[in-house]
Design a protein around this ligand. Structure first.
Ligand code: UDP
Length: 253
């Protein structure tokens, strides 16, 4: 069998050349990293869960007309996606104060925000992904004003969708990060949601207990990360059932 060409390996995913031009295969690893990769571990089953969860969220977004890179899931750890030119800005949407915003601005974690707040971070590991303004993004050529306006509109649609889906299963969407890519269609370019949407890139709190069901479980040593992600998947009805029970994924693929 011909060896697949690996195009990129990141902290949590690997990208391989896809079967057709304009496509890629995205492989979800079990590796977890935090604090710019200073803390790292391998969490059995995390890749399987994030592959399924990202499929679920991206398919839902497509169903309400939000364009994404997702084409189809191939197997337990891989999905076929459209190849995009990633805009080097992480887009964070916040509904409730937490994490770096609480620290930077001294706003107590858990404070509801009067409206969703959108922030841009420049994707550069060596710099620790610094927060930037639209001025920086335009001045340094990372995105145009039109791109930024489109990114804000996309991010708000993702926020409304994700907030609703989570609310329906008793989870508050505190904040999340998305990445956005350009695709070219003839003379036109379009922006679509890329990368992944999973508990690795969201803050998710149980509505009743406040229990954290996201990567903060790993960042703050609050328990078993795969258990937390399995709980999210179980509530959303995403994981396959065995005898009516949801089981933590055990198959290594
Ligand atoms: N986030 C992410 N990747 C990053 C930075 C942040 O997925 O490189 C997500 C994070 O999980 C959270 C949101 O973006 O849901 C906001 O993160 P924050 O800026 O508070 O940073 P953190 O506290 O995670 O360092």
């Amino acid at each position: 069998m011909a060896r697949r060409k690996k195009l990129y390996e990141g902290k949590a995913k690997i990208l391989y050349e896809g079967p057709e031009p304009g496509t890629l295969v995205q492989y979800f690893k079990d590796d977890a990293t935090a604090f710019n990769a200073e803390k790292r571990d391998v969490i059995d089953g995390k890749g399987v869960l994030n592959n399924r969860l990202s499929e679920f969220f991206m398919s839902g977004l497509a169903a309400i007309g939000v364009p994404t890179h997702f084409i189809k899931r191939i197997n337990m750890r891989e999905q076929l996606i459209r190849s995009v030119e990633i805009i080097p800005l992480e887009v964070v949407v916040r509904n409730i104060a937490a994490g770096s915003m609480s620290k930077r601005l001294g706003i107590e974690e858990g404070t509801p925000l009067p409206r969703p707040i959108i922030e841009f971070y420049y994707k550069d590991d060596a710099l620790g992904d610094p927060i930037v303004s639209e001025e920086h993004a335009i001045a340094f050529g990372w995105a145009t004003q039109q791109d930024l306006d489109d990114m804000v509109a996309l991010a708000l649609r993702v926020n409304d969708f994700m907030s609703g889906v989570m609310l329906a299963v008793g989870i508050k969407l505190v904040d999340f990060k998305i990445e956005i890519g350009r695709i070219f269609e003839g003379d036109y370019q379009r922006l679509i949601v890329a990368d992944e949407i999973s508990p690795d890139s969201c803050r998710l709190w149980d509505i009743n207990t406040g229990q954290k069901l996201d990567k903060d479980v790993f960042r703050q040593d609050l328990g078993d990360l795969a258990d937390a992600y399995t709980e999210v998947a179980r509530r959303l009805g995403v994981m396959p059932r065995t005898n009516g029970n949801i089981t933590k994924p055990t198959l290594i693929n």
